[in-house]
Design a binder for this molecule. Sequence first.
Ligand code: ADP
Length: 329
Amino acid sequence: DVCVLGSFMKDLVARAERRPMPGETLHGTGFAEFLGGKGVNQAIAAARMGARTAIVGMIGDDRYGEEFLELLKTDGVDTDWVVRHPELGTGVGLPLVLPDGSNSIIIVSRANSAITAADIEAASPVLTSSAVLSVQLELPVEASRAALQLASAAGVTTILTPAPAGPVDSSLAAFVDILVPNEVEAAALTGLDCNDSQVPVIARRLADDWDLRGCVITLGSRGAYVLDRSGDGAFVIDRSAPAGAFVVDRSARAGSGRELRIPAHPVATVDTVGAGDAFCGSLAASLAAGAPLADAVRLANAAGALSTTMHGAATSCPDRSAALALLDS
Ligand code: ADP
């Protein structure tokens, strides 16, 4: 099973020709609302990739909170561990998108910022009984640390997406098995430019500094890079097996290195928002099903690519059969 600890963010997206000047009221050209937040996106991605998935987090006692619970239930995500804050509302994001696609975003974390280490303690049954715990950095770091620590002590495989980019509390490192930064986050963590020749250097440095079992760097339209320090990489995905199943296939060994650059799938991309979350949710689902890292990354690379062919974040996550079909094509 997969457990995701993370944020709930209701996005209210305005489109406009330009940014308003101070004091100005500007007519927009479009509006859309989405349910997102990295926690929610990753949980839905993991569920659609076949994993039994639970989410831990905090929402408000309000209409947006209701919308989240409904959405997550539609995808079969266990919401029993979601706490409703009595006063603070559900987190909101207010992106402004300009005609060239660039955006500026205001985030008001609200209930997300109120989750405490004590709340995490209360969720300990699900945090310690899952096969994989996935955490990002949109919640208070004390909560993230408490969850990673509990899970890691219980032998749960822990994944950290160090997003949003910025300095990361070094006390998290001891409890993280697999770190999954994108290019911007990888550069922020190491101070190195994440160009093609530096990617392996960055992955090795992060693996050393954080004492990781694996480091996966997502490279947008360039695919992904994986450094696996855990096993012999002798597994492959069995496409005939039931959803989520993986089997050992010694014959595939030659193709499963410990350091791999995996090119992106060429797809008709319309919106890359949420690609990283689709990737991480998929990665968590595969690892929970027993896949070795390189194979989990291959499938995640297909899931990430497919998510860019649809608008939205949570809603653009593909299901497992679609991702396997792209992997096969
Ligand atoms: P983030 O969304 O966190 O910025 P990336 O942009 O690195 O993360 O995307 C995550 C993954 O999604 C990539 O590693 C890749 O597998 C897939 N992906 C992203 N953009 C594309 C694209 N344009 N074409 C194909 N795959 C993509």
